[in-house]
Design a protein around this ligand. Structure first.
Ligand SMILES: C=Cc1ccc(O)cc1
Length: 178
């Protein structure tokens, strides 16, 4: 995908894969102007995936986008995308319990909201683990808004490579092997 991002509309509906400088690999989709989906392929909570997370999504200046949200786990996230430069900066604010028990969060969160809420009550919030990192974008796809095929199954090892190789979505950005 080689478009120049200028407006908020250029950004909404875009699907990204990127690797943070600490090695953590994430896949993230701007589903619409208030919703994000993501899958985590590498790092402390690899294997976790989430759809329909409410988020605040704005364009700061042409081509630069800020997204922020708070999760049922108590984790807060702020992302600044500069897609025309192939990069972003992300800060994740993890409650202490996620650092201590990451495995509890490694699931399809949507089906286990009660588990996240119970864990955030049971375990410690502080001190938080703050992870501020730049990331390099390794894939961008124009999935269109509200495309339920983008993040629609659990992460597996070759998934990012399959997407980058063009083996995962058809010409209409629907999953090929469904
Ligand atoms: C905790 C979620 C999360 C999703 C995307 C990203 O880049 C960082 C954190």
């Amino acid at each position: 995908m080689t478009k120049e991002f200028k407006t908020l509309d250029d950004f909404l509906g875009t699907h990204f894969i990127y690797t943070y400088d600490n090695g953590w690999e994430y896949e993230w989709y701007a589903k619409n102007d208030h919703t994000v989906d993501y899958r985590i392929h590498g790092g402390m909570v690899a294997g976790r995936w989430v759809t329909d997370q409410e988020a605040n999504i704005v364009m700061l200046v042409p081509g630069i986008y800020k997204i922020a949200w708070t999760e049922p786990t108590g984790t807060d996230v702020a992302l600044d995308f500069v897609p025309n430069e192939g990069k972003l900066n992300g800060t994740i604010f993890f409650p202490k319990w996620v650092q201590d028990h990451p495995e509890i969060t490694v699931t399809y969160q949507n089906e286990h909201i009660d588990v996240m809420e119970a864990a955030r009550e049971k375990y410690d919030t502080y001190p938080k683990l703050v992870v501020p990192e730049f990331a390099k974008i390794t894939y961008m796809g124009d999935a269109g808004q509200n495309n339920e095929d983008v993040i629609s199954e659990a992460p597996y090892a070759s998934l990012p490579d399959d997407i980058r190789a063009g083996k995962y979505f058809d010409a209409n950005y629907k999953r090929i092997n469904k």
